[in-house]
Design a binder for this molecule. Structure first.
Ligand code: ZN
Length: 422
């Protein structure tokens, strides 16, 4: 287990130094002093900075990372798109630019974002994948939303029309990365940014019913009211399984029977978690307590339990989410940088719990993971101790995830796990 994560020796809580006035800050250059990096001292110093000083540092680091990512994935490729997806490809760069615009308000980010989406539009035209994270739906939806922010109504209509051409077939699975849940999430994203019934509830509702009825059929055989399969395996996690599908279902209007089935599914997972508090990856893989990722394990399931606490209000879900967050704190400082199975993604568990509960210890824990990266990610990647991902500039596997997290740390109340939290 030790080879998967760094031991977390960071203190359970470090209070911020008291705020200093602007004048004092100018004199002291608070937050700007050059510290040796990668030591317990340098990390503790970062952790005790006042929020304003730390967020300036994080924002600056995020904007630098963004520049690097744009050069690597866009400039250096001659603006050719080979992998258009949000997960490992060029749409991830566009998404980071959109996030950067939302935090820093620079309109140049928005124009470049749109340029990149246009290239992804051409290269995804024949794709049959229907989701935000791995499919063409993400291209059309991000295009429509950014067109709206830039005030180009024709382009908005173009992308919306393209989105409506996307067809779900019987062969598509139900999970988040390639299936119905990922298509439904895209509809939620469009409705959030473009207005409630942009994608009408009559059409999303029919897909929701279909997902639930398929889940019930497979659920009948075991102890969970809902169960799904992806390539022959019945996964639990956010990327391919119960957590991801339930997370999306809870965003929709459900009947009381359907709500009970979603609750029952979450209770089934809570009851059958590992003694350590972590969660199995699938029904078929219930013995190996090793994965503490967003895709498989406690982090992705924690985000779903937080959503359940918010939607249903039941205390049991919040308590289970807090238990899962303990696992993430102790075993989630992974030797990988990204969003899907890395430190950046795991930090979102704490941000999400902070948003729901307002408990500052959770904000501290998110800050601790972010500061660990800010302090030593580059150094650890250069020595090979921290894996930068097979696609090192990507949003889900590479430093794109770190850029996204740093931007979200600037406005933690608005933080959202990309393409998962609305
Ligand atoms: Zn993963």
């Amino acid at each position: 287990m030790a080879d998967r994560c760094f031991p977390n020796v960071m203190p359970d809580f470090v209070p911020e130094s008291p705020k200093i006035s602007d004048e004092e800050a100018k004199e002291k250059h608070e937050g700007d002093e050059i510290l040796p990096q990668g030591t317990q001292d340098s990390l503790l110093k970062l952790l005790s900075l006042p929020h304003s000083a730390l967020s300036q540092k994080l924002q600056r680091a995020a904007l630098d990372l963004k520049e690097t990512i744009v050069v690597e994935t866009w400039g250096a490729t001659g603006q050719r798109v080979e992998d258009f997806t949000l997960y490992t490809g060029t749409l991830g760069t566009a998404f980071i630019l959109f996030k950067s615009f939302q935090v820093a308000g620079n309109k140049n980010d928005l124009s470049l974002c749109l340029e990149i989406v246009k290239a992804c539009d051409s290269s995804s035209a024949s794709s049959r994948d229907v989701t935000f994270i791995c499919g063409r739906a993400g291209v059309c939806a991000l295009g429509a939303v950014v067109a709206k922010y830039i005030g180009d109504d024709n382009l908005l209509q173009h992308y919306l029309a393209q989105f409506k051409e996307i067809r779900l077939s019987k062969d598509h699975p139900d999970e988040l990365l390639y299936g119905r849940a990922g298509y439904l999430w895209t509809c939620l994203f469009l409705n959030k940014h473009l207005g409630k019934e942009t994608i009408p509830s009559t059409s999303t509702g029919a897909i929701v019913r279909e997902v639930i009825s398929k889940g019930r059929k497979l659920g009948e055989a075991g102890g969970s009211p809902l169960m799904f399969e992806w390539y022959g395996e019945r996964y639990w996690g956010a990327a391919h399984g119960l957590a991801g599908i339930s997370h999306v279902l809870m965003e929709f209007e459900l009947t009381s029977d359907e709500r009970e089935d979603v609750k029952g599914t979450l209770r089934y997972m809570m009851k059958n978690r590992f003694p350590s508090g972590n969660y199995p990856a699938s029904e078929e893989d219930k013995k190996r307590d090793v994965l503490v990722h967003w895709c498989h394990g406690a982090p992705g399931i924690a985000l779903t339990l937080i959503k359940a606490a918010e939607v249903f209000g039941d205390k049991e879900f919040l308590e289970a989410a807090m238990d899962a967050a303990e696992v993430v704190w102790n075993r989630g400082l992974l030797k990988r940088v990204g969003i899907c199975h890395g430190i950046s993604g795991n930090a979102y568990v704490f941000l999400s719990l902070y948003r729901l509960t307002g408990i500052v210890e959770y904000l501290y824990r998110a800050k601790a993971f972010a500061c660990f990266l800010l302090d030593r990610a580059h150094m650890l990647m250069s020595t090979g101790d921290l894996h930068g991902g097979d696609n090192p500039s990507s949003l889900f596997e590479g430093i794109g995830g770190m850029a996204h997290l740093f931007l979200d740390m600037v406005q933690p109340k608005n933080a959202r796990f990309p393409a998962y939290e609305l």
